[in-house]
Design a protein around this ligand. Structure first.
Ligand SMILES: NC(=O)c1ccc[n+]([C@@H]2O[C@H](COP(=O)([O-])OP(=O)(O)OC[C@H]3O[C@@H](n4cnc5c(N)ncnc54)[C@H](O)[C@@H]3O)[C@@H](O)[C@H]2O)c1
Length: 345
């Protein structure tokens, strides 16, 4: 069991890694508890929740919406929630994002905790204090920064994840290693088949290391005014590919990481050998190194990059690499980015 503390402006969060879901009750304060989960997770793990009310959302991104939020508010109202009510989200990034937002705004803020049940949510979405929903097709348009009181990561729940969900988490894990931990990168590189098979020792260490890196970045810059931007490595092209080609997030981030590495080489920042290591690791994890966007769809891809939240006038803040473990944020003119998409994708 490892406990990592995140001390941020919006609160202090204790992240318990390697803790059992069955121990959840020991972290929840006395009083009414309202659990928020989705139908898949409720079916698999609902029996392990402690006493209290449970609000069950439909699985999938569509619940990260005003409708999903309304469902949580309705559930809190029906349960007679007051300021002492504690909200626990048990599920993937969707459940954590919407439940964290609902808790942060209901009665101007209820205390809440997270039990992330996907690899992606354990290494990424569950910590950092960003809670919110999508609106009119724009991801994460409405939300708040608010730290949960605790995060409980139980490795055992990852055993029931569908394969595609594992790949999403591995892509974020490689991203985190690439920005902050050459040692973690080496470890996954030495045994990618263990990562793919969710080997408990490797995944346990990798989750802890990923969380340590993300926690340090969030503590330095919770509201993303500077240092936190490095967490977007691979996501400028990744988000665009995800929306245009409709591929899974992990596949899009895998291709986005390779693109960022190749662009870093082209700018003379990163040795070609490091970009090759990233490309090989992405491929060995079963993720695509190139984006599957056919030539006629390329203009839409460039358009999606233009709409990126990190755009500043005619440029985009882009996360480059100088080495594995050493990111560098620089503005890149949109025209240069467009030509790189044509040449490198
Ligand atoms: N807040 C943040 O900082 C942050 C960071 C990264 C991603 N996100 C958000 O996270 C969301 C994606 O999260 P996700 O990938 O966890 O997706 P998800 O929450 O949709 O979960 C994926 C699927 O896995 C199922 N599932 C969850 N746990 C399971 C388990 N243990 N066994 C079997 N099935 C299980 C779910 O029911 C769902 O069908 C996106 O909306 C993204 O924007 C947020």
């Amino acid at each position: 069991l490892t406990t990592i503390e995140v001390r941020a402006l919006s609160g202090v969060c204790r992240v318990h890694v390697g803790e059992r879901l069955a121990r959840l009750a020991s972290l929840v304060p006395a009083g009414l508890t309202v659990y928020v989960t989705d139908a898949h997770v409720a079916r698999l793990y609902g029996a392990s929740f402690g006493p209290g009310r449970t609000i069950v959302l439909e699985p999938g991104e569509a619940s990260k919406s005003l409708a999903g939020l309304e469902r949580v508010y309705d559930g809190l109202l029906d349960a007679g929630a007051d300021r002492d009510t504690f909200v626990v989200a048990v599920g993937g990034g969707v459940v954590c994002d919407v439940a964290g937002f609902a808790a942060s705004t209901y009665l101007r803020g209820l205390p809440f905790g997270f039990v992330p049940t996907t690899l992606l949510a354990q290494v990424d979405a569950g910590i950092g204090g960003k809670n919110g929903i999508d609106f009119r097709g724009v991801k994460n348009l409405v939300g708040v920064f608010q730290q949960p009181r605790f995060v409980l990561c139980d490795p055992a729940v990852l055993g029931t994840l569908p394969a595609g969900e594992t790949a999403n988490g591995l892509a974020e894990m490689v991203k985190t290693a690439a920005i902050g931990s050459p040692a973690l990168f080496d470890e996954i590189e030495r045994a990618p088949e263990k990562a793919l098979g969710l080997d408990p020792d490797l995944i346990g260490r990798a989750v802890v290391e990923s969380l340590r890196i993300k926690a340090a970045v969030v503590e330095a810059d919770e509201r993303e005014a500077g240092a936190r931007r490095v967490l977007n490595l691979g996501h400028t092209l990744g988000h665009a590919v995800e929306s245009v080609a409709g591929v899974a997030h992990g596949e899009a981030v895998g291709a986005g990481l390779v693109f960022a590495a190749r662009l870093s080489v082209r700018r003379g920042l990163l040795p070609a050998g490091d970009a090759e290591r990233i490309t090989t690791l992405v491929r060995r994890l079963g993720l695509p190194a190139e984006v599957g966007v056919p030539a006629p769809a390329r203009p839409a891809l460039v358009d999606a990059v233009r709409r990126d939240k990190k755009r500043v006038g005619d440029a985009v803040r882009f996360v480059f690499l100088e080495a594995i473990g050493r990111p560098l944020v620089r503005e890149i003119p949109l025209a240069e980015l467009e030509s790189a998409i044509h040449d490198l994708c």
